[in-house]
Design a protein around this ligand. Structure first.
Ligand code: GRF
Length: 224
């Protein structure tokens, strides 16, 4: 089985990267991580990649003349490594149009909210301030507009009484660690394809991602 050659972009601790590295250890996983790039040389996630024996590029975006110059540097490194598909895992910089177009429909991101609700930063603080009962995370193809693009998979996560930003972020992050390997598997295996702005599920099988962490339909609500 030819595995999809994946490059992962990170900026920080790399817990999503770790979940992808773990998933890709399975012999039947349809993707392999062949390069990890960070725009912050001190990112903790780089060490996770090194320990797993994955080549890394530690670039510093502050040294680049422009956003596009920096993205061209990443693009060159990805192509040099034979990368076929790019996964953003906590990559905290807006990508240039050049990069988004160069990797169009071969570039995905995970966002800690149920898009199209709460794009951007501080998702958990805003969700708590609005008093929502359900939040979650979304894996989507990347477009030039921030946190927009065809949705591949979502996991719903409940907001619990007494939650603060930290407890909610931790619950959502646990869901991210399940959702991202699941979503990458769908795309890398060809079970999900994108055409224009539409996602098509080409094969049956596997749980519907949007209900992974939701109560079952018809389940009684908890006692008041
Ligand atoms: C995750 O919550 C991800 O959704 C967001 O940034 C965070 C990255 O965490 N884009 P980690 O670096 O993967 O631990």
């Amino acid at each position: 089985m030819a595995r999809l050659r994946v490059g992962v972009l990170i900026s920080g601790r790399g817990s999503n990267l770790a979940s992808l590295i773990e998933a890709a250890k399975a012999p039947d996983y349809p993707a392999e991580i062949v390069l990890v790039i960070s725009n912050r040389p001190q990112a903790l996630g780089l060490e996770k990649a090194r320990v797993a024996g994955i080549p890394v590029c530690a670039f510093d975006h502050k040294l680049a003349a422009s956003r596009e110059d920096f993205d061209r540097q990443m693009d060159a490194a990805l192509r040099e490594a034979g990368v076929e598909f790019v996964v953003m895992a906590g990559y905290m910089r807006v990508l240039s149009d050049f990069f988004v177009n160069a990797w169009y429909n071969r570039l995905i991101n995970i966002h800690p909210a149920l898009l199209p609700s709460y794009p951007g930063l501080d998702t958990h603080r805003r969700a708590l301030a609005d008093g929502v009962c359900i939040t979650g995370c979304t894996v989507h193809f990347v477009r030039s507009e921030v946190d927009a693009g065809p949705i591949i998979a979502q996991a719903a996560v409940p907001v619990m009484p007494g939650d603060d930003e930290d407890t909610l972020a931790a619950r959502v992050l646990s869901a991210e660690h399940v959702l991202y390997p699941f979503a990458l598997r769908l795309v890398a295996s060809g079970a999900v394809t994108v055409s224009g702005e539409t996602i098509t599920r080409t094969t049956a099988g596997g749980p519907a991602p949007a209900i992974l962490f939701s109560p079952s339909p018809g389940e009684a609500p908890p006692p008041a």
